[in-house]
Design a protein around this ligand. Structure first.
Ligand SMILES: [Fe+2]
Ligand SMILES: [Fe+2]
Length: 345
């Protein structure tokens, strides 16, 4: 039984690892390459991350993944052939014999078709990079100190494992960073239902944070891809962290938000070091992935440095939101008593 489970997990990891690879030329156009072509290209450049266990990944087209998912969703679950998949518009649209739901045609500012199904133009924004990156919440209370030292201790194995491989480090940590907002948002949602109370916007604010962190991951995964055992590590860490944070948030949302506040301070530090390595040439300043150009409304010729700069600004905003949330609890109040910082990027 255990062997069967292990084999299934390994097969799933392997399947996720061997995906199609594309090279972005701009946010609007992509060139498909074979695995051999792309592998040879990246081998020739030596890779910018360093470390044999990480491979350079190339950007995936927007619609390709989403279209595959849509096609899967359109399959007849009973296999009776009742569901008819009608492909139109060069295979971009899948219509089921059920009633289906089609998305209105969405275009970019330049009139070209919006290439993403995972986010829409109105969800994009320009990051406020003028935010103060050095702001630090000085730990005063016992709980603050617990939060601060918990994060410092958690950082030690991370430093030892990744050293200065900031691409790998960022990608792995983003798999964790998107969890607290989802857990907090979910628990506030349930609380709102249980107590017949408004949330003051905090459900949406925390889910916005989770989505923003997930977009960091979707961007980083275009630049760096983990091998199978790193995917296994992500599975393990997510299992432990989700459950641990869930229990912590139930017991003390004040401590949970403070810990996230300090984690975000560490994230700012890590991305600052990442930028230093780009500036001194240790990490190649490659073109920005197409998804990041559209999500942060970056110029078409944006580079990795621009992407890391806006991600770091996002982390600074998360830092502020979580320290603020913890401060509200510290004053003996509930989050809903203070208006949530919606859209605070
Ligand atoms: Fe992040
Ligand atoms: Fe963050």
């Amino acid at each position: 039984m255990n062997q069967l489970v292990t084999r299934a997990v390994l097969r799933r990891l392997e399947a996720g690892w061997s995906c199609n690879r594309y090279v972005p030329t701009s946010s609007a156009s992509v060139v498909k390459m074979s695995f051999d072509d792309s592998a040879a290209m990246w081998r020739g450049q030596g890779g910018f991350i360093g470390g044999a266990q990480w491979r350079r990944a190339v950007s995936t087209t927007a619609g390709e993944k989403d279209r595959k998912e849509s096609a899967e969703a359109g399959k007849d679950p009973k296999g009776s052939g009742v569901a008819e998949k009608k492909k139109e518009d060069g295979g971009k649209m899948v219509v089921s014999s059920y009633w289906g739901v089609s998305r209105p045609k969405t275009t970019k500012e330049d009139g070209t078709e919006w290439p993403w199904n995972c986010f829409m133009p109105w969800e994009t924004y320009r990051a406020d990079v003028s935010i103060d990156l050095d702001k630090h919440h000085v730990p005063k209370t016992f709980l603050d100190k617990v939060a601060y030292w918990t994060v410092k201790i958690l950082r030690m194995p991370t430093d030892l494992f990744f050293k200065r491989r900031y691409g790998c480090r960022a990608m792995m940590l983003e798999t964790v960073a998107a969890v607290p907002g989802m857990v907090g948002g979910m628990l506030l949602h349930l609380r709102s239902l249980r107590k017949f109370q408004q949330s003051g916007g905090w459900i949406k604010a925390l889910l916005e944070e989770a989505e923003n962190e997930r977009m960091h991951l979707m961007t980083m995964v275009e630049l760096v891809q983990p091998v199978w055992y790193e995917r296994l590590l992500v599975l393990t860490v997510q299992g432990v962290f989700f459950n641990g944070f869930f229990v912590l948030y139930l017991l003390s949302p004040k401590l949970a938000h403070r810990i996230v506040g300090y984690l975000e301070e560490e994230a700012i530090h890590s991305y600052t070091e990442y930028l230093k390595d780009i500036d001194n040439g240790q990490i190649e300043n490659v073109p920005a992935p197409a998804i990041s150009i559209d999500y942060w409304r970056l110029p078409k010729d944006a580079t990795l440095k621009d992407v890391i700069t806006v991600i770091r600004a996002d982390e600074a905003h998360h830092r502020d939101v979580n320290h603020f949330a913890s401060d509200i609890h510290s004053q003996g109040k509930e989050l809903r008593e203070a208006p949530a910082p919606l859209g605070y990027h």
